[in-house]
Ligand binder design. Structure first.
Ligand code: PHE
Ligand code: NA
Length: 500
């Protein structure tokens, strides 16, 4: 027998969880650097365009798919047509891969809460991060494990899997109800404090000063679209899964607008906080902000600690910052693992607890093996790059094409949104999802592919890029096909969506 489908307690629980998923590491450590490097204030233009033309439309597409077809990603795509199930598994695979490395970043953040107390990173935080802390040994697959990462990571996995085992209401919803308000409070205190630092206004000037020429650069637009995709957690199953737990009578479309607005607001807030802080460092040390390390992990784990060390009351500031990072990361992590959990529960007829023990156990082992070793940083960098720039984009294009041309369900999905929501989702939505988004994304994908083939990313050895990058993507495709062939243990096909 099929257990009854889990549900959020209500709209509020869902909104909080959806915001919890969206607001993550991407807002705090990715957005400020990306915005600054791609035109500063002028970046807000492509960013808003990307939000309105692709972010919100795909968010609504994910919601409508999950809410109408009420299942995990593979179940939803199968219900669109038997041949489409592999796309669902491909999304599950992407989620699985991202979850394995997302955990290690959360572990770094947790460790840095502790390091903030006594400024344990010393005089040279950049050297401390890659040296003492990560014991980074370069590209490769090392089997030397770093105890200071391994053990906390093991504990984090146990906690995360326990939350999943507790289920949608008692696990996911409750975690978000505790952590999200806490995150908002702590992060706001941090940003307000940053605004009172000496030099803060110079930092903000650097951040918001527009470089309009950037708008002529195609890469800036690509950066904007990929930031929006990552940041809203769209197109890899998360929002499909989350909205499948909404009650049938739920006001779906406006929820999407609220989530998108909250996510972008948080992003902007983070940009302001981070650049006010960088302005302080510029004032103290006379270094131009443009010369600081602002991208990737370095912004959070090298530049920020350096500033914390200089600041009066630095330890408190550091604790606020890294706790915020931890909370934001944790609530995103559980959302991404729920994609995997839901799919395995439905396909194999397993309970939540069984999935946490079995699949969660496998994920934890892979995650520990790849990312708690001395080569973890390089593997993370490459896997992250390839899954996001290729995997997620392919998944988004495929979703649009399958919905529009393959299953021809676009009108039905729009009618569904309009039947359950206040407000009206107009024709514009179909035009965007059915044509403009897939075309824009295809152009973007081709350009990323050209870049990946023309020069090795970050000068990593070719063999390493082939295995960690292309190998991961190839494995996802194979796994998607294999899982599709396995028969369903729970009924999936005798499903009729509600009459409109
Ligand atoms: N939206 C998240 C963020 O901005 C990204 C994310 C969420 C990535 C969930 C993976 C899983 O950080
Ligand atoms: Na985000």
């Amino acid at each position: 027998t099929t257990p009854e489908r889990e549900q959020w307690t209500g709209q509020y629980g869902f909104i909080l969880a959806a915001i919890g998923s969206a607001v993550g590491l991407g807002n705090i450590w990715r957005f400020p650097g990306v915005a600054y490097e791609n035109g500063g204030g002028a970046f807000l233009v492509p960013y808003l365009v990307a939000l309105l033309t692709a972010g919100i439309p795909i968010l609504l597409l994910d919601y409508s798919l999950g809410h109408r077809f009420r299942g995990s990603a593979p179940a939803v795509f199968r219900r669109l047509g038997k041949g489409f199930e592999p796309l669902g598994w491909f999304q599950v695979g992407i989620s699985f891969v991202i979850a394995t490395y997302y955990t290690v970043i959360v572990v770094w953040a947790i460790r840095y809460i502790g390091f903030s107390v006594d400024l344990a990173w010393g005089e040279d935080p950049a050297a401390f991060f890659t040296g003492d802390f990560l014991q980074y040994s370069g590209a490769g697959l090392s089997t030397d494990f770093v105890g200071g990462i391994f053990w906390p990571m093991l504990v984090l996995w146990l906690v995360v899997l326990a939350v999943l085992a507790l289920g949608v209401q008692r696990g996911l919803e409750r975690a978000n109800k505790i952590f999200m308000p806490l995150l908002v409070v702590l992060f706001t205190i941090m940003v307000v404090r940053a605004l009172f630092l000496e030099g803060a206004s110079d930092g903000l000037t650097a951040f918001f000063t527009p470089n309009w020429e950037a708008l002529l650069d195609a890469n800036v637009w690509i950066a904007a679209y990929s930031q929006i995709f990552f940041s809203l957690s769209i197109a890899f199953g998360i929002m499909i899964t989350y909205s499948s737990y909404l009650k049938r009578r739920s006001n779906v479309a406006p929820t999407g607008y609220v989530v998108a607005f909250a996510n972008s607001s948080f992003e902007l807030l983070a940009g302001i906080g981070v650049f006010a802080t960088l302005g302080f460092m510029a004032a103290q040390q006379g270094i131009a902000i443009g010369d600081m390390r602002l991208t990737g992990p370095m912004l959070s784990f090298a530049t920020f600690p350096q500033i914390v060390s200089m600041m009066p009351g630095g330890p408190i500031f550091g604790i606020l910052f890294f706790t915020s990072l931890t909370l934001a990361g944790f609530t995103s992590l559980i959302s991404i693992l729920q994609v995997v959990s839901a799919a395995f529960q439905e396909k194999f007829g397993l309970s939540r607890v069984q999935v946490s023990l079995l699949i969660g156990g496998v994920a934890a082992v892979i995650s520990l093996a790849l990312y708690s070793s001395t080569s973890g940083l390089a593997v993370l960098d490459v896997v992250d790059k390839y899954t996001n720039e290729v995997g997620v984009v392919v998944s988004a294009i495929a979703t649009c094409v399958i919905v529009t041309l393959g299953a021809r369900k676009l009108p039905e999905l729009r009618a569904h949104l309009n039947a359950v929501s206040t407000g009206h989702v107009g024709r514009w939505w179909s035009v965007l999802v059915g044509a403009i988004v897939p075309i824009a994304l295809t152009i973007m994908l081709l350009s990323s592919l050209r870049a990946l083939f023309s020069e090795p990313y970050e000068d990593y050895p070719l063999a390493f890029l082939t295995i960690a990058g292309w190998g991961t993507l190839g494995l996802l495709v194979v796994a998607a096909l294999v899982y599709t062939l396995i028969p369903w243990r729970r009924p999936v096909d005798d499903f009729t969506p509600e009459p409109l």
